[in-house]
Design a protein around this ligand. Structure first.
Ligand code: NAD
Ligand code: IPM
Ligand code: MN
Length: 364
């Protein structure tokens, strides 16, 4: 299997290097047939080649069995023309790959109970997964732009729009996933304010009634969901929601473990004619310019994204479980990067944390 690695900006290369090192461990120690190939895009490609998306990178992205993505977002992009920025953007990749189902699993790691800003009894046992719709909604709706009205007033315009088909396939993904878990789906919208939200609710309910009556479905307004994620996160199993709410609510859930650096994601398409899903794996955090270049970023979001790759692309569930167990073991043994350390605790570098995970893999 051909895995295209896109390290990107800021801490992207730092955390991705460690995720690749972990996957290499599974290649050499467990014989998994993965081949990793690094490609430039975005600001790094602009600096090296004068384009944010070299043809060779785009062709490799489109032909890959999976992408392992670091982070995008550099402060020094103002000099790159807007059209070039779009060409090398993460959003363009997500859309072109049609990876509409963005899984963002969140669990409370017992070893981090004291690091969380929440009380241990509030978060203990949290095990939920977002299915964030990723290729439509306000991120892509048209018309969009900054326009000047005849009276000289400038306005910024975006369009929050969903077709029935876009909602239905996200819902089907969520219900199917719920059947492999605790059989409970919370569908999140603003049906009280937005027509696109009202249609979201109607279509999710119709898909449920027609094809998934065995799954428990509840509807929740997005603002209330933000509240419930902090006061009772254990009540959730699968949360299906739109692109923007999914972005915000999954960052909210990042607080459960005290750092965004802990959360992985997998963006998946439906299976194609060959039965394969297109897939883009990335930690949910960004380029973290405030800590980039110091070797202190938490690589666990990237490493847990590699575990999702093992599960969904390599179809190696035992190896995925082993990697997640190794993360739990390393944390339980006290391995901490600065973002998840209590005051006074000794901390590891990005590389040191990955070493701790590899040690746990070698001595389970
Ligand atoms: P961010 O996720 O980069 O950082 C938010 C906070 O979390 C910062 O304090 C950062 O230091 C911390 N953090 C994030 N990842 C961490 C890690 N692995 N280890 C330790 N601490 C970590 O969000 P931001 O600062 O709002 O955005 C910075 C840039 O990243 C922006 O350009 C934004 O557009 C981009 N971004 C990209 C992605 C992506 O590539 N998928 C996601 C989010 C933001
Ligand atoms: C994420 C990020 C992206 C998003 C940005 C970088 C486009 O915040 O992956 O969560 O908003 O989807
Ligand atoms: Mn985000």
């Amino acid at each position: 299997m051909n895995i295209v690695v896109l390290p990107g900006d800021g801490i992207g290369p730092e955390v991705t290097d460690e995720a690749v090192r972990i996957l290499d461990w599974f290649v050499t120690k467990r014989g998994l047939p993965l081949r990793m190939e690094r490609r430039l895009f975005g600001a790094a490609a602009w600096a090296a080649e004068g384009t944010t998306m070299p043809d060779a990178s785009w062709d490799a992205i489109m032909a890959a069995d999976a992408l392992l993505f670091g982070a995008t977002g550099s402060l020094d992009q103002k000099h790159i023309p807007a059209e070039e920025r779009r060409k090398g953007s993460l959003l363009r990749m997500r859309k072109a790959l049609d990876v509409f189902a963005n899984l963002r699993p969140v669990r409370a790691w017992p070893a981090l109970a004291e690091v969380s800003p929440y009380k241990p009894r509030t978060i203990a046992g949290t095990d939920l997964v977002f299915v964030r719709e990723l290729t439509a909604g306000v991120y892509f709706g048209t018309p969009r732009g900054i326009q000047t009205l005849p009276d000289g007033t400038r306005w910024g315009l975006n369009t929050h729009a969903y077709t029935e088909a876009e909602i239905a396939r996200a819902a089907r993904f969520a219900f199917t996933l719920a059947r492999t878990r605790r059989n409970h789906v919370t569908s999140v919208d603003k049906a009280n304010v937005m027509e696109a939200g009202a249609l979201w609710r109607e279509v999710v309910a119709a898909v449920h009634a027609r094809d998934f009556p065995d799954v428990t479905l509840e509807h929740m307004l997005a603002d209330n969901c933000a509240l419930q994620l902090s006061r009772a996160p254990t009540r959730f199993d699968v949360i299906v929601t739109d692109n923007l709410f999914g972005d915000l609510l999954s960052d909210c859930a990042g607080a459960i473990n005290g750092s965004l650096g802990m959360l992985p994601s997998a963006a998946l398409s439906d299976p194609g004619p060959d039965g394969k899903r297109r897939a883009l794996y990335e930690p949910i955090h960004g380029s973290a310019p405030d800590i980039a270049g110091k070797g202190i970023a938490n690589p666990l979001g990237a490493i847990l994204s590699a575990a999702l790759l093992l599960r969904w692309t390599a179809r190696a569930p035992a190896e995925a479980d082993a990697l997640e167990a190794a993360v739990a073991t390393a944390l339980a043994a006290g391995a901490r990067t600065a973002d998840i350390a209590l005051p006074g605790e000794s901390v590891l570098s990005t590389r040191g944390m990955a070493d701790a995970v590899i040690a746990a893999l070698e001595h389970p």
